[in-house]
Design a protein around this ligand. Sequence first.
Ligand SMILES: NC(=O)c1ccc[n+]([C@@H]2O[C@H](COP(=O)([O-])OP(=O)(O)OC[C@H]3O[C@@H](n4cnc5c(N)ncnc54)[C@H](O)[C@@H]3O)[C@@H](O)[C@H]2O)c1
Length: 359
Amino acid sequence: MDTLKVGVVGLGYTVGVAKRHIAAYKATEGVKITALYDIIDGRAADYAQKSSLDPSVVCSSLEQLFERVDALSITVPNYMHGDIVKKAVDHNKHFICEKPMALTHKEAQDIYNYVKNHKNKVVSLIGFNYRDIPAMRYAKSIIDSGKIGKVYTCVQQLGGSRIADPQGVMREWRMDLKQSGTGALADFGCHILDLSDFLLSGTNGKIKQVQGFKNTFIKERNRIGGGGRDPVTNEDCTVFNAITESGTLLSFHTSRIGMTNESLQIIAEGGMLVFNSGTEGKLGIQLKDKNGRYTGPMAFEDVPAEFQEGKNGKGLVLELLKCIREGAKPERDLEQGVYIQYLLDKINESMEKGTTLTI
Ligand SMILES: NC(=O)c1ccc[n+]([C@@H]2O[C@H](COP(=O)([O-])OP(=O)(O)OC[C@H]3O[C@@H](n4cnc5c(N)ncnc54)[C@H](O)[C@@H]3O)[C@@H](O)[C@H]2O)c1
């Protein structure tokens, strides 16, 4: 089978998620990195060196990258996604675009329409990679099997502490409404919304109502490069709730200025499932006994090998390869990107209006 030639656009200055894409491509058979490009001179060369790639992969323009690849990862700030996606399709290249798909639902819909109506037909994925955590795939198989029955509640939190320091961390693009869209909601909320949709919508229905709150606690930051301070124009933390068509209650918590743990807790009529960073990749499972009672402690199970394939970022790459080779429809396609963007917009609207909104 032919080797898939891949590239990465936007190597990284803040989180640098590109390094995960590079590592996943390097770890996948049948794929070869042939191009890296960043708008800042020297950054692609730096990443090539750090990733032990041949310096010849460094490109001096986006055009040059397109000449050298069959597919690319788009790992630039959120406001640039649409522009590069459209150019990728114009050049007939498959792509994985990082999340969130766009700044707003309207923009996401515009990108979707452009790709869908284009004469070039490419495989396109949005980087909802939390689905590839092996414990999440295992949890989905348990829920889908009916073993724990109807899900009553699902509680999730996701965030980080990287930018908690109000002085040392500069005002990054993700703290600007015009470059990021919402803040913690766009950064982390989109992952946990996608996860709840992935895990629950098939058995417990789609989200039908949302409500939430947000706050910006660090209101200004030092300007990158010095010369003053700039306002932070999107939120640091959110809490939001939702209810699905079948009555499952969902609760979410995101923070970019301090969070110890990513976690998921599912409580269902027949048992509970728990995953968090402290469970060392295992899935906590506690089933009720035949009398409907919880007895004994929760067991933390190793995740079976069949759910491990996509870990460490490989899931997106394997899905890209499979869809290109077999013509399969991606599970996290642009439609999913648009849907999650719609939820993000509605939740943000609910936060701004202080009301519950129907989807
Ligand atoms: N899936 C995840 O878990 C995850 C984690 C972090 C970030 N992300 C997403 O990845 C994207 C990148 O985030 P990051 O934190 O890695 O950003 P970053 O700030 O670390 O890197 C972005 C890079 O893009 C480059 N860039 C900007 N415009 C460009 C252009 N027009 N052409 C080429 N290069 C350009 C910048 O110079 C920078 O090096 C965002 O959409 C973010 O939401 C996803």
